[in-house]
Design a protein around this ligand. Structure first.
Ligand SMILES: CC(C)(COP(=O)(O)OP(=O)(O)OC[C@H]1O[C@@H](n2cnc3c(N)ncnc32)[C@H](O)[C@@H]1OP(=O)(O)O)[C@@H](O)C(=O)NCCC(=O)NCCS
Length: 296
């Protein structure tokens, strides 16, 4: 994202949302609700030209870098504009990713079709929330036998990345994909391991076996990642890490907002864990993730 702020394109953004959300079937209340919750001064807004049409798209982001929406400047040329904007975005983000809310009144499916044709992989996901005081009603988590809290430092980036890659690895990943994920994670952490501040880890016999990453944004606490090495599953490591991360986020969550996370809809194990920790499904989404022709 470049360093433009919301104010630079604020009027375009608000104007286009009001106009286009009406076309796709939003009620007046729905539009003002969206504007109140999503179009906020701390949410950057960017204007991206569409060379193919001479028009532009306005992209709204959250303060933690997730994309909220792209609105085309000309509805009749929307697919060509969206195509140009997506191509511009996918060439520069670390892990380009869009969430398409399936509860949107219409057009979500056309949009998903466009993502597929541009080399994106589509995944069925759901969002889940837990009330801010949920920990008051849960048994405190204890460390599984033989494990201790890991102290994370720059020298351990590789170990953390190993846990993430092994935990998320799927049978479709070939060697190339695995390596790409590993490089992408390592790049994200940086050589100084700066992202490690947002991670909790558990280790056994001097080796990290599970990690959880959280962020507290203006929308409240977010569980970003939770991953345990497959050989350490079902021993309580995931529950412990999640509890620990939620406990820590609680202090920073001064406005009492709910905990949030997203999970694949077919990840029944993780969903069972989240449900046991008080999370409930709030929304179904399809996430598009760019997988083809990604520059290294
Ligand atoms: C999801 C994950 C973090 C769970 O870690 P874990 O250490 O195995 O979880 P725990 O042992 O703490 O499980 C606690 C409870 O969650 C539920 N649970 C966890 N994994 C489960 C599974 N595969 N099937 C059914 N229930 C499961 C159970 O209720 C379990 O309690 P029990 O073992 O007493 O029945 C782990 O499976 C993982 O790393 N998966 C790959 C990465 C991933 O999907 N992360 C979540 C992304 S949103």
């Amino acid at each position: 994202m470049n360093n433009m702020t919301a104010n630079d394109h604020w009027e375009d953004y608000r104007g286009l949302i009001s106009q286009i959300f009406q076309i796709i079937g939003y009620s007046a209340d729905g539009i003002s609700g969206f504007l109140a919750s999503a179009a906020r001064p701390n949410h950057p807004v960017e204007r991206i030209p569409s060379p193919g049409t001479g028009e532009f798209g306005v992209v709204g982001w959250t303060d933690y870098g997730a994309m909220l929406c792209i609105v085309p400047s000309n509805w009749r040329k929307r697919y060509a504009i969206l195509r140009d904007v997506i191509l511009a975005l996918q060439s520069r983000a670390r892990r380009p990713c869009f969430d398409v809310d399936e509860d949107m009144p219409s057009h979500s499916m056309y949009y998903l079709g466009l993502l597929g044709s541009l080399g994106w992989e589509l995944k069925a996901m759901q969002r889940m929330n837990a009330p801010h005081d949920v920990l008051d009603h849960l048994a405190k988590a204890s460390l599984p036998g033989g494990c201790c809290d890991a102290t994370l430092s720059a020298g351990r980036v590789e170990e953390v990345v190993h846990v993430l890659c092994e935990a998320y690895k799927s049978p479709e990943w070939d060697e190339h994909r695995y390596d790409e994920e590993r490089r992408s994670w390592t790049k994200y952490m940086g050589t100084d391991g700066k992202e490690l501040d947002t991670f909790f880890g558990v280790e056994r016999q001097g080796r990290i076996i599970g990690v959880c990453q959280t962020a507290v944004t203006s929308d409240g606490p977010l569980i970003v990642e939770l991953a345990v090495l497959p050989e350490a599953h079902r021993r309580g490591v995931g529950r412990y890490l999640l509890y620990r991360a939620m406990e820590s986020a609680k202090t920073a969550n001064t406005q009492g907002k709910p905990y949030r996370l997203s999970v694949d809809r077919d990840n029944l194990g993780a969903i069972a864990l989240y449900a046991a920790m008080g999370y409930r499904r709030t929304q179904v989404i399809t996430r598009g993730r760019w997988v083809r022709n990604r520059p290294s």
